[in-house]
Design a protein around this ligand. Structure first.
Ligand code: MN
Length: 252
């Protein structure tokens, strides 16, 4: 991944936009480094095909926890992909009202993913933790040691104590504009170590002024985050964080 981009969108669902291929060209033109997450293992191949030749877009192989109840049968394909991919996501757990019924199946899938990532090593994961921060951290602690890769907690909404525990486990955090829209969210983010921060849009799910966020909108998040942290040199810091994250897993 390019380490001196204009900005970093470390979690975006590029394949859920109508203009997926044009959007990849837009990211290259704007020099936005994007981690394109996928929600099913079957979507990985066409995402890689679409991003072929892109300087700024990298693709992660994932199985979204909200889809586990209907897509658990694709786990073997994901495990196969994990032998060769650098980036993994979207993976994780969701115990929100619509998905808690599949939490056992989600736990099985996420556990298998963490074990495979630990076995192969050198992985960077982008992890969903809705109402499951404790369980996700327990699993990372037991199944995915720091020397096998790094987890980036995406749209983290756990407690400050859970955030500190995540920091101790080597986790990074990808911050989006939605997290900065409340006082509580800003206080949580301000308590995180600045050298563990990245930015994201989670587009198209994040809405900005009534439309889906696009990767270039991540510059708005960077500006708001600079203000929240009173850190004017933040863009440089964020690029350094990306570089350190890649170096930590032996990537260029
Ligand atoms: Mn997402």
């Amino acid at each position: 991944m390019r380490t001196r981009p204009e900005a970093i969108d470390f979690h975006c669902h590029l394949d859920l936009y109508d203009d997926h291929e044009a959007l990849i060209r837009e990211c290259d033109a704007d020099r936005i480094a994007v981690l394109a997450v996928t929600t099913t293992p079957k979507a990985f191949a066409r995402n890689v095909q679409a991003a072929r030749g892109s300087d700024y877009v990298r693709v992660a192989a994932g199985l979204h926890p909200q889809l586990v109840h209907e897509r658990a049968s694709e786990l073997p394909l994901l495990l196969e992909l994990l032998a060769s991919v650098r980036y993994v996501g979207e993976v994780g757990l969701d115990a929100g009202p619509r998905y808690f019924r599949s939490l056992d199946a989600q736990t099985e899938v996420f556990g298998a993913v963490l074990k495979a990532c630990a076995r192969h090593g050198g992985k960077i994961l982008t992890v969903h933790t809705v109402r499951t921060a404790k369980r996700v951290l327990d699993m990372i602690e037991t199944l995915f040691p720091e020397d096998r890769g790094r987890a980036v907690l995406h749209w983290f909404s756990g407690t400050p104590a859970e955030a500190r525990r995540a920091v101790d486990l080597g986790c990074y955090f990808s911050i989006n504009e939605g997290m900065l829209s409340s006082e509580k969210g800003r206080a949580l983010v301000a308590g995180l170590p600045v050298d563990r921060l990245l930015t994201e849009t989670d587009g198209p799910f994040l809405q900005i002024e009534g439309r889906s966020a696009r990767p270039r909108d991540v510059t708005r998040c960077v500006a708001q985050l600079s203000e929240t942290l009173a850190a004017p040199a933040l863009p440089t810091r964020l690029n350094a964080n990306l570089k350190e994250l890649l170096a930590a897993v032996g990537a260029e």
